[in-house]
Design a binder for this molecule. Structure first.
Ligand SMILES: [Zn+2]
Length: 460
């Protein structure tokens, strides 16, 4: 019998999960060993052994669980969670369809999973491990193996749906119907994202590129990208972003898989001629790559900020531009962006504006005469000072056109800041980052987690 280790919390939820998993593991010829209230040592010692580890990273019973894990993603690590994960601790796993529902190993931001859902997901996931060779590979080998793992992940996404549907959420009613029509007509599965909490979230630039980099992984893994062209398609930063990423993947100097770009309008499918694509300059391609390097859930490293000043002080001539980049600024990571719907209609669709307006890079910022603490990053696109958010929660955000948008607090978001302790001196990477960002003490959870308040836009 193959062995599985379950690392979970020592509470009713952890014990219930272990009970459910023991039954389904047994049915699939596995032997499950639970470790309740596990430690960082348990996590790493499982890593060194030839064992499949299921790691419960829910924060509901163990708020300090992120002090006990490190974002290592190998085929032998299955992370599951009832609570949403930090922005940079996103296991790249594929949801499984259950009737109309999609069930994943961890919930989307602001949502929750139950143990039943986790068991459902694991029950379908475990057979993949029956034939998998569980071999000992030294840690260094694992890291060298990242390319293969990333290929495997791409293939896994590909299996799930080879047509990526990009659409405006106003079309949501018909998108599920369209997907099933396409599936029966072409025999290909479709992938699309249903709108959730994130569609109301006032996101920082980092968070926007964090999500766009996730979408980009799906775009890159698809065979075809269908742009469902509704009247308002290009009025949204998001849908234009999906379209632009598809073009970026086609035209950037990268070799490898390039998905076909098609437009779907009024029930008809057309090829999208290259001559009709927007022209992305070399500098813009590089800008997109820089954003992805900093914001992608897999490689984002907020701990780099801790040594950022020290490196800057070295005054390395060749790195000067790099360290002055927007991505190193606190504003980029924290300040929410709010778009005024009135001005958005007036500014016209994104595909008729310079790409720079979409990238928000190197722009001249403009003060908002209506309210302090707000600068414009385009017509009606307001960047709000994170520190001033409490007062904006009371009075709302007033655009210079006179329109007011009101916000409320959303669920907490988390960043996992991990630096291995160098000495016996207790060290909290999260506390160090919070100090640099001038965050209140309450934002630090344990040694490795920093909590960021999210804000949701009230719908009119
Ligand atoms: Zn406005």
């Amino acid at each position: 019998m193959k062995k599985i280790i379950l690392l979970t919390s020592d509470g009713p939820q952890g014990h219930d999960l272990a009970k459910q998993l023991a039954i389904l593991a047994h049915q699939q010829q596995f032997e499950l060993t639970p470790i309740f209230g596990f430690t960082l040592t348990d996590f790493f010692s499982g890593f060194m052994k030839k064992r499949l580890q299921i790691i419960d990273i829910s924060m509901d019973e163990d708020p300090l669980v992120y002090d006990k894990v490190h974002p290592i993603h190998t085929p032998n690590h299955l992370y599951v969670s009832r609570t949403h994960t930090p922005l940079n601790f996103r296991p790249m796993v594929i949801p499984i369809r259950h009737g109309e529902e999609l069930i994943n190993a961890f919930p989307e931001f602001g949502e929750k999973n139950s143990n039943d859902e986790l068991s459902f997901w694991l029950d379908r996931k475990l057979p993949e491990f029956v034939h998998q060779r569980q071999s000992f590979v030294p840690i260094i080998g694992r890291f060298l193996d990242m390319k293969r793992i990333s290929e495997e992940r791409k293939n896994e996404i590909r299996k799930e749906g080879s047509i990526f549907l990009s659409y405006r959420s106003s079309e949501n009613q018909s998108i599920a119907t369209l997907a099933s029509q396409i599936e029966s007509k072409y025999g290909k599965r479709c992938r699309f994202f249903a709108p959730g909490v994130i569609s109301h979230e006032a996101m920082s630039r980092m968070r926007r590129w964090n999500l766009l980099s996730l979408l980009d992984r799906y775009i890159l893994s698809a065979d075809q990208i269908w742009i469902c062209l509704s009247e308002d398609y290009f009025y949204s930063w998001w849908t234009f972003g999906e379209f632009l990423m598809a073009v970026h993947r086609q035209t950037a100097n990268a070799i490898g898989h390039k998905p076909l770009l098609k437009k779907y309008r009024n029930g008809a499918l057309e090829e999208w001629q290259e001559t009709e694509w927007p022209e992305i300059t070399e500098a813009e391609h590089r800008r997109i790559s820089r954003y992805f390097a900093f914001c992608d859930s897999f490689q984002m490293g907020p701990e780099a900020f801790i040594s950022h000043e020290d490196i800057q002080n070295l005054k390395l001539k060749f790195a000067e531009g790099y360290y002055r980049d927007d991505v190193w600024k606190k504003d980029f990571w924290l300040n929410p962006i709010v778009e005024c719907p009135v001005c958005r209609k007036r500014s016209g669709p994104y595909n008729k504006r310079p790409i720079e307006e979409f990238l928000w890079h190197g722009q001249q910022k403009e003060e908002n005469p209506a309210q302090q603490g707000i600068v414009y990053r385009g017509n009606g696109i307001m960047e709000i000072d994170y520190a001033a958010m409490p007062s904006f929660l009371d009075q709302g955000i007033t655009c210079r056109c006179g329109h007011t948008i009101t916000l409320k607090k959303g669920p907490m978001q988390y960043l996992h800041v991990f630096l291995p302790p160098k000495s016996q001196v207790p060290f909290s990477a999260a506390r160090e980052l919070a100090r640099k960002w001038e965050f209140p003490e309450a934002s630090v959870i344990g040694n490795n987690l920093i909590a960021i308040q999210s804000f949701l836009i009230n719908e009119d």
